[in-house]
Write a protein that binds this ligand. Structure first.
Ligand code: PLP
Length: 395
């Protein structure tokens, strides 16, 4: 198939989105500067209230990053050196990094090859092993690429083994899980939910930021205290816990408050783009020929279970395809090329190639292509045409 246009397509175009909300964002940021109130205060309070309402949780606490949302969650839940924390090898570094920073031990279970999320059967097998390197105390399911992990069986296992659950919701703000009591917001199922406002996430700030959600008032109070060095809620310089400086900036809160109003529309646009790609790839014949496989929905009848922070295909000769895409100026990325158990900084944990075969195979095959809300029909068509060209030339 000959390419019908030669548009470059970036992986993410934050300028396209900013152009649509610039006046509102700049007015909100100017207000923070006029007030010279940069630490916590009314903008952070207001953003937390709006986010809690949006996510259907009683408590939402702005923090300094998604990484710190994970770290502070584990600290407040009492994860200590030597404790085991069950999680996935197929995630961004921060998930496992937070565990190791606390002196705790990651216990990695393999993923479901269709959704890339933790496979509950693998978690069950892991937890029944007699030779775990550390006693399991917590679990971090990651809602990878924006799709809800299968929380019901994971929560059942967590209850059976008395594990605290931190949902890594950094990529999945606004996604829902079809639970026994109806649809539940991601981040409202475990003991805490950890969200990120990193600019490339679906709700991105103007720098680093994050959020912790919780249903438990006592835990929320502990998180709030530990966010500001474990200080007493009323008495300044009286510290009742050892926390850290995990605060969200007022400037970030002001930006997030503006952008939150558009989040649902942006998630809808991402899902519509995903459906368009599904159709374009299927029509191209690449799927039937087994050259490309499309992202799979765990719950096809409930589209809101996926917010498509990334649209990730599996591709034959992925690295060759990447060179072809680079030459055609089509944005793409591999999330993630090295599973956690094979990273050099975790070598002391003894992971070996072959330990977690589904995660390793995914790392060798996955490729993310542009999915941001403002993509045009011509851009989506161009992306699929360039990929089809690659396979036509390499028959
Ligand atoms: C982005 C991300 C984080 C970390 O968020 P930051 O705000 O960048 O610290 C953690 N986990 C996952 C899965 C992420 O994608």
């Amino acid at each position: 198939m000959a390419a019908q246009n030669d548009l470059p397509v970036p992986l993410l175009d934050l300028k396209a989105q900013f152009a649509t909300i610039k006046d509102e964002v700049m007015a909100a940021v100017t207000q923070v500067f006029d007030q010279q109130a940069f630490i916590l205060g009314p903008h952070v309070d207001q953003a937390e209230k709006a986010l809690a309402a949006h996510l259907g949780v009683p408590f939402a606490l702005g923090v300094s990053s998604g990484t710190d949302a994970l770290l502070l969650s584990l600290m407040a839940l009492g994860v200590r050196p030597g404790d085991g924390v069950v999680t996935t090898p197929f995630t961004f570094f921060a998930t496992v990094g937070s565990i190791v920073r606390l002196g705790a031990v990651p216990l990695l279970a393999d993923i479901d090859p269709l959704t890339y999320n933790l496979d509950p059967a693998q978690v069950e097998a892991l937890l029944s092993r007699g030779d775990l390197p550390a006693p399991p105390k917590a679990m971090i399911p990651v809602h990878i690429f924006g799709q809800a992990a299968d929380m019901m069986p994971l929560m059942r296992l967590a209850r059976a083994h008395n594990l605290k659950v931190v949902e890594d919701a950094a990529q999945a703000i606004g996604a829902v899980y079809p639970g026994p009591a109806g649809l539940a917001s991601i981040g409202s199922i475990g003991h805490t939910g950890a969200f990120s406002f990193f600019p490339s996430k679906n709700l991105g700030g103007a720098g680093d930021g994050g959020l912790i959600t919780s249903l438990d008032p006592d835990l929320a109070a502990r998180l709030r205290s530990m966010r500001t060095h474990g200080s007493h809620p009323q008495e300044k310089y009286r510290h009742v816990l050892v926390g850290g400086n995990f605060r969200l900036d007022a400037v970030q809160a002001a930006v997030i408050s503006v952008k939150l109003k558009y989040l649902e529309a942006w998630s809808d646009a991402r899902r519509a783009n995903a459906a368009d790609y599904d159709r374009l790839f299927t029509d191209s014949g690449l799927v039937d020929q087994g050259l490309v496989s499309l992202p799979q929905r765990a719950w096809p009848s409930e589209p809101r279970t996926h917010v498509f922070n990334q649209y990730v295909i599996r591709a034959t000769d992925r690295d060759g395809l990447m060179r072809h895409l680079a030459a055609a100026k089509i944005g793409h990325a591999v999330y993630y090329p090295i599973p956690m158990h094979l990273l050099e900084c975790f070598a002391h944990l003894g992971g070996q190639p072959g330990d977690l075969p589904q995660a390793e195979q995914a790392a060798a095959q996955v490729l993310a292509i542009p999915i941001y809300p403002e993509l045009t029909p011509q851009q989506k068509q161009r992306v699929v045409e360039v990929i089809a060209d690659f396979y036509a030339q390499n028959k």
